[in-house]
Design a protein around this ligand. Structure first.
Ligand SMILES: [Zn+2]
Length: 101
């Protein structure tokens, strides 16, 4: 039997009586400033293909390690509920935005 642990509160998730939720997080750099020129679609696609073929998995990992994050996280039902309310962890920042100036 596989035992799951909630990645948020570290409690065990008993899948026989609890639902296990999986959050898939993927953070990538948005390259809006270098958006490709689509004037010539055919040439662009072949260039892109060459770029993709030239990159190994290791090179991709190195380039993205500082700015990108991806992973699957197990959540218990309670943490799933909390996560949906506040997926970006914004609650801690709210008091700063409501100072009495
Ligand atoms: Zn939890």
């Amino acid at each position: 039997m596989i035992h799951y642990t909630c990645d948020r509160c570290k409690r065990n998730i008993d899948t026989t009586c609890q639902t296990r939720y999986v959050v898939k997080i993927e953070v990538q750099t948005a390259h809006e400033d270098c958006s490709p020129d689509f004037d010539d679609d055919v040439d662009h696609l072949s260039e892109l293909h060459q770029v993709l073929e030239g990159l190994t998995d290791d090179e991709i990992d190195d380039a993205q390690s500082d700015t990108c994050l991806s992973g699957d996280y197990d959540l218990c039902p309670e943490c799933h509920k909390q996560y949906l309310k506040n997926p970006l962890g914004r609650d801690a920042l709210l008091p700063l935005g409501f100072s009495n100036n």
